[in-house]
Ligand binder design. Structure first.
Ligand SMILES: *[C@@H]1O[C@H](CO)[C@@H](O)[C@H](O)[C@H]1NC(C)=O
Ligand SMILES: *[C@@H]1O[C@H](CO)[C@@H](O)[C@H](O)[C@H]1NC(C)=O
Ligand SMILES: *[C@@H]1O[C@H](CO)[C@@H](O)[C@H](O)[C@H]1NC(C)=O
Ligand SMILES: *[C@@H]1O[C@H](CO)[C@@H](O)[C@H](O)[C@H]1NC(C)=O
Ligand SMILES: *[C@@H]1O[C@H](CO)[C@@H](O)[C@H](O)[C@H]1NC(C)=O
Ligand SMILES: *[C@@H]1O[C@H](CO)[C@@H](O)[C@H](O)[C@H]1NC(C)=O
Ligand SMILES: *[C@@H]1O[C@H](CO)[C@@H](O)[C@H](O)[C@H]1NC(C)=O
Ligand SMILES: *[C@@H]1O[C@H](CO)[C@@H](O)[C@H](O)[C@H]1NC(C)=O
Ligand SMILES: *[C@@H]1O[C@H](CO)[C@@H](O)[C@H](O)[C@H]1NC(C)=O
Ligand SMILES: *[C@@H]1O[C@H](CO)[C@@H](O)[C@H](O)[C@H]1NC(C)=O
Length: 825
């Protein structure tokens, strides 16, 4: 999300290497890998994770301390463009440490960052403390930021060290002061987007407890609405610390600096004058000059009392180390589900893989028991930050499906519950509120992917497939009066067979843009519905939705030419006439830097954050038709080559995800192998700037992880394209099913793990066996039910002879138009 916009903006900026994080992060990982290479048994998979990948160059990754799917991701909040709070850029200032963050979301304003606490020295006592952000902010010491799963640390330039660890809804923070009296300011109002809409703070000096609650605006949705959030700070470390001075403050950037020693209450309503809200909070010191201070904070979206309870039940009297150990063991439970052969894999690949796999469990945020508004008291699992399904349906959900049906079922039930409560399947829930819909209603494909793989287990995992189908049909048939934040513009889509441009629609309201890309996505959404109808045996709906799945063809304009290629997707008037626009518009090669390509009404090009060049390859459900439309296998391959070579490809943008492996559909799988290697090495590495754009809630992470595994998922289906693993072997564990699957690359050549596969290096898939017999689906793809669902062995024999391997030997991956997906598995 916002990917393309940021990339276009960032293209001109040189990436600078910042003096963060600490070299110890890389040293620790290198040591763990070396140990594995020396024959050590791998027991701690967190040792391979670098949480700082994606914290520079607009990756928007949160390196904060978290547990898997943690609602709390505790890190410091930095000045500048820092949607996740932290950035590696050490020219940015630290304004406090706070418990709530999202990871990898591209909101330009930032998300959460509420309830900051800032340690400081106030040598002249209470009245000399700096309270507002601009005065209290500090730089950090170079080369000191450190993080590992469940742990975050940073040292300010005044030598105060901040450490944090987390549970799902609480954090434990340890501050080490080199000398003097520790002072802390705690914010009532300042979140990252500075969107405070009123709230209150109560300081109970006897209990050493500060309760805070208020309302803020979402980071990616209509600013009309507010979400509520609460925190509970316990500042006396279960009686081991003694309160010194305390009170509250209000201040601004124009000279006001009011402190009230001994006062304990703040209650502010929304400030209607001026764009920047006033800043207020609590201020306190601890007596006796302790050098180490422990502070516990619980958060809740329900109430301040629940925030206190969350801290009590999840942390209680436990020590920092105990909570950190608990977090590490939860991470190992997840990360050990895919075991790479670390001993024989390239160290950078191991690090990219486990860091990516880690981030895949960092989102969405598990806010179960914390629903508010329509979700108050819901008995379903509740997840915050589905941000956006447009990003996550392609690779994030399919990666979860490999190992973690229990987690996936909870996410699915949460989507169904979203429909139950709001009448639409959530598309981009951000800060608990409906966020902007970017294209289609892509939650449909997240539900469908689960249903096709786990229909036999669904009921026992708490998912009612019949209810899911009702929700899907509602998405496919019912036109919400307002589709900007959920659902689709169904009536006109059904009437025309595409989303028309400039057509009168009396039945629904929404921003009338992106007609080309919305049509392509609506067709993919319809395919998701078709797949679930097939699983449930609803023949009529299979017919209807199979037809609708092919409507992407309806925006194909065969007459448009670009760079010698003929035929592109285009937006289309209601009368059927195409609105001809240059397919290059909104691509990286667009020379018009002021063109609008995103959600605003002046986006005229018909595609969202993308060009027609890019989106014209998007029909995962029926790639065979695209190959035909584009003029057959050889032209299709030429066009893909041109797409990459000329620079239309945008690795950091989700609609491009399927293009590196699209050669499969033109019967040139070996070309997908070459392109996959190139794309990974050109766009991903182990540095803080090592992502091609914002992680988009682990969309980038899971794209990279799949390429390393040599697979690419076709969402809402049980098929995975076989590319070529970057590692000699790995084992995928599915603890719920009780099965493990080992993938072995026979003939693996480490020399092939490069941007350009050298001549003579084996990397191309010659043949594939599953449990000792030749794969029934050939060498271009595998089916979940034949492999990961059953467990066992997959042996992929690779060859250096590209020509010998560059065909699917008559077994192309499925496409609807060639009879694909004829029956449910
Ligand atoms: C960090 O290093 C840069 C030079 O690379 C220097 O300008 C800056 O002052 C240093 N920051 C601190 C806090 O020492
Ligand atoms: C804050 O003030 C408002 C308006 O006076 C009042 O309704 C509300 O109860 C107060 N809240 C707290 C927590 O004191
Ligand atoms: C979310 O939290 C609830 C409550 O602690 C827990 O039961 C559930 O397993 C969690 N879900 C995931 C996916 O971790
Ligand atoms: C399939 O969709 C087209 C619109 O593209 C429509 O004209 C046709 O009637 C549909 N066919 C069936 C069998 O539903
Ligand atoms: C269709 O509508 C567009 C926009 O009003 C118009 O420019 C075009 O000429 C129309 N085409 C036909 C065939 O009437
Ligand atoms: C750039 O694109 C915008 C439309 O978004 C258009 O108004 C403007 O004229 C274009 N500029 C040039 C130089 O083509
Ligand atoms: C592409 O190649 C496949 C496999 O050889 C073949 O079945 C198909 O007909 C070809 N498609 C076109 C449009 O040439
Ligand atoms: C590993 O990554 C680092 C940082 O991107 C790079 O400098 C180094 O060359 C890479 N090593 C290999 C063997 O690719
Ligand atoms: C598999 O591929 C390898 C390498 O090309 C070849 O030597 C072997 O004979 C093939 N096996 C089968 C069963 O086709
Ligand atoms: C997988 O391979 C291992 C090692 O060769 C073997 O012990 C096991 O029986 C195989 N499993 C299946 C299901 O073929």
């Amino acid at each position: 999300m916002f990917g393309a916009v940021l990339i276009l903006a960032a293209a001109a900026v040189t990436v600078t290497v910042h003096a963060q994080p600490s070299p110890d992060v890389q040293k620790g990982i290198a040591k763990a890998i070396k140990n594995a290479k020396n024959g050590g048994k791998v027991t701690d998979f967190t040792a391979f994770v670098n949480p700082f990948i994606g914290t520079d160059n607009f990756g928007d990754v949160c390196p904060g301390a978290s547990v898997p799917f943690g609602m709390v991701k505790v890190t410091t909040d930095n000045t500048g463009y820092a949607p996740a709070g932290y950035v590696a850029d050490n020219t940015q200032f630290i304004q406090g440490v706070s418990p709530l963050h999202d990871s990898g979301t591209g909101s330009s304003l930032g998300s959460y960052g509420n309830f900051k606490i800032m340690p400081q020295f106030c040598p002249g006592g209470f009245n000399t403390c700096k309270t507002i952000l601009s005065q209290r902010q500090r730089l950090r010491k170079n080369n000191t930021d450190f993080a590992s799963p469940g742990y975050f640390a940073q040292t300010l330039d005044n030598d105060i060290k901040i450490e944090a660890t987390a549970t799902r809804r609480a954090a434990l923070e340890r501050f080490t002061f080199p000398e003097g009296t520790p002072f802390f300011s705690v914010d009532l109002g300042n979140d990252s987007p500075l969107s405070f809409g009123g709230g209150s703070l109560d300081f109970d000096p006897a209990a050493g407890r500060i309760k805070i609650g208020g309302r803020w605006r979402p980071s990616f949705g209509p600013s009309l609405f507010f979400y509520q959030a609460f925190a509970c700070y316990d500042i006396l470390d279960n009686g081991k610390q003694t309160l010194g001075e305390f009170g509250v403050w209000t201040a601004d950037n124009f000279g006001m600096d009011a402190k009230a020693l001994g006062q304990t209450h703040l209650n502010l309503s929304i400030n209607l004058i001026g764009s920047s809200p006033y800043q207020s909070g609590a201020l306190f010191s601890l007596a006796g000059n302790p050098s180490e201070v422990n502070i516990r904070v619980g958060v809740s979206f329900v109430s301040a009392d629940q925030a206190c309870q969350n801290a009590e039940t999840e942390i209680g009297m436990s020590s920092f180390e105990e909570i950190q150990d608990l977090a590490v063991s939860q991470w190992n439970d997840k990360l050990s589900r895919i075991e790479l052969d670390v001993a024989r894999s390239a160290p950078n690949i191991t690090e990219i893989f486990y860091s990516s796999y880690y981030r895949s469990f960092l989102t969405p945020n598990n806010a179960t028991g914390e629903g508010s508004g329509a979700f108050a008291g819901t008995t379903s699992p509740y997840f915050d930050s589905l941000y956006c399904s447009w990003d996550t349906f392609r690779t994030w959900a399919p990666l979860l499906s490999l190992t973690s049906p229990v987690d996936y079922a909870e996410v699915v039930e949460n989507y169904i519950d979203g429909w139950r409560k709001n009448g639409v399947i959530p598309e981009c829930r951000s800060n608990q509120l409906p966020g902007w819909t970017q294209g289609g209603s892509d939650g449909t494909n997240i539900l469908a992917d689960f249903a096709v793989k786990y229909h036999a287990e669904a009921a026992s995992l708490g998912v009612d497939l019949n209810e899911m189908f009702t929700a899907l049909l509602s998405d496919g048939e019912e036109n919400p009066p307002e589709w900007n934040t959920g659902g689709r513009q169904i009536n006109v889509y059904k009437a025309h067979g595409f989303v028309p441009f400039a057509a009168f629609d009396a039945t629904s309201t929404g921003r009338q843009t992106r007609e080309g890309s919305r049509t392509l996505e609506y067709a993919m959404n319809d395919f998701g519905i078709r797949q679930v109808a097939q699983v449930l045996g609803h023949a009529d709906e299979v017919t209807t939705y199979t037809n609708r799945s092919t409507w992407f063809k309806n925006v194909w304009d065969p007459t448009v030419k670009s760079d010698g290629f003929e035929g592109f997707m285009q937006k289309r008037f209601g009368n059927g006439t195409f609105k001809n626009l240059n397919p290059v518009d909104c691509s990286p090669l667009d020379t018009n830097s002021s063109r609008a390509c995103s959600l605003t009404q002046d986006n005229q090009n018909g595609f969202y954050e993308s060009s027609s060049w890019e989106y014209s390859f998007f029909a995962p459900q029926d790639m065979a038709t695209l190959v035909d439309l584009m003029g057959g296998n050889e032209t299709f391959v030429k066009r893909l080559d041109h797409f990459f070579n000329k620079g239309y490809y945008l690795a950091g943008n989700e609609p491009s995800f399927g293009t590196p492996s699209a050669y499969h559909y033109a019967d040139h799988p070996a070309k997908s192998v070459q392109r996959g290697r190139q794309v990974l090495f050109e766009n991903f590495d182990i540095t803080a700037g090592g992502l091609p754009g914002n992680d988009d809630q682990a969309a980038m992470a899971t794209f990279a992880a799949f390429h390393i595994l040599g697979l690419f998922p076709i969402p809402s289906t049980t098929q995975f394209l076989l590319i070529s693993p970057f590692v000699p072997s790995y084992t995928v564990h599915n603890p719920h099913l009780g099965v493990s699957t080992t993938v072995t690359v026979d003939g693996f050549d480490p020399a092939s793990v490069k941007r350009k596969i050298p001549d003579g290096a084996a990397a191309y898939v010659a043949n594939v066996t599953v449990n000792g017999v030749p794969s029934v689906t050939g060498r271009c793809f595998i089916d979940f039910f034949d492999t990961f669902k059953k467990g066992g062995n997959i042996t992929i024999t690779v060859t250096s002879n590209m020509d010998e391997a560059d065909s699917c030997e008559g077994s192309l991956p499925d496409s609807l138009s060639t009879g694909g997906w004829a029956s449910a598995r």
